[in-house]
Design a protein around this ligand. Structure first.
Ligand SMILES: C[S@@+](CC[C@H](N)C(=O)[O-])C[C@H]1O[C@@H](n2cnc3c(N)ncnc32)[C@H](O)[C@@H]1O
Length: 259
């Protein structure tokens, strides 16, 4: 998977993203207020959120398909002293199973867009539905793509300048190839490693591929997977969704029945 190669720069990518501060507070609050029972994050990545929740005392389950990301997550959790509060499952979203039905499943930080076609999204949603207990919730976010967002994505952006693990001056760049008809984004990232004179020593490319769904497509898919829609917000401050001003699609849906 792409994330096996991406694991080395995920921390820089997340730390320099526009949405991560707001989504961090939002998901940590959801974890803190979740009812008793398993709370599961789909795509734990480097543990950015689950390690914080575990630090606050919550046992967290995480499903992750990339072995390299899981290694980073385990190592960071061990450093934070909370590895014993994480139940990490190495599996794909379309086939994972949990030891017991979940009270809350989340899929934070534009992870649904990594499921690149409708059939894969539906398979993952059906699997999540099957692993929730009756009345259990699923919470996730998705891009809201507008012409100005596409223009911004197509720019070449210098996202960060830092010293890499070997102490070398490093520039981290990103741009995207956007196919509007296919609703597909190929983010192209690269790191330039420089010597003390500023001469390029090495350039490494790491791609990430995304798709997006319009709100009406997301709603149809969620209903087809069997979910009851509770709401959609336009940002991580729970502003009611409005197509003209939304920055995100943040969906809260439920499996029918009583918890
Ligand atoms: C954008 S990162 C989100 C990481 C973390 N949730 C956060 O908020 O920082 C998406 C993660 O989902 C994982 N992932 C993507 N598609 C997956 C799939 N089909 N099955 C399992 N994991 C997947 C990736 O490996 C990656 O670690």
């Amino acid at each position: 998977m792409e994330y096996d190669r991406f694991a080395g720069v995920f921390g820089v990518w997340a730390a320099t993203a526009e949405s991560t501060t707001a989504n961090r507070a939002f998901y940590l609050e959801a974890y803190a207020h979740a009812p008793e029972g398993p709370v599961v994050e789909m795509g734990v990545g480097d543990g950015r959120l689950v390690i914080e929740a575990a630090r606050a005392g919550r046992t967290m389950h995480g499903v992750e398909g990339s072995g390299a990301m899981l290694n980073v997550c385990r190592s960071r959790a061990a450093d934070a002293g909370v590895l014993d509060r994480l139940v990490l499952i190495h599996a794909d979203f379309t086939t994972f199973t949990l030891p017991e039905p979940a009270a809350l499943v989340t899929m934070p930080y534009h992870t649904m867009p990594h499921l690149l076609d409708r059939a894969t999204k539906l398979a993952a949603l059906r699997q999540i539905h099957s692993q929730l207990r009756p009345g259990g919730h699923f919470l996730f976010d998705d891009f809201i793509i507008t012409p100005s967002v596409i223009d911004r994505m197509r720019e070449v952006q210098l996202r960060a300048r830092y010293r890499n693990a070997a102490g070398q001056d490093t520039l981290f760049w990103v741009t995207s190839i956007v196919d509007e008809a296919a609703q597909r984004i190929e983010a192209v990232t690269w790191e330039d490693t420089l010597d003390s004179e500023g001469v390029l020593l090495r350039r490494q490319y790491r791609p990430l591929t995304f798709s997006w769904q319009r709100p009406e497509q997301a709603e149809a898919l969620l209903r087809e997977a069997g979910f009851v829609i509770e709401g959609c917000w336009g940002d991580f401050h729970r502003t009611p969704f409005d197509l003209g001003s939304a920055e995100e699609q943040v969906w809260l849906v439920r499996k029918e029945g009583q918890s």
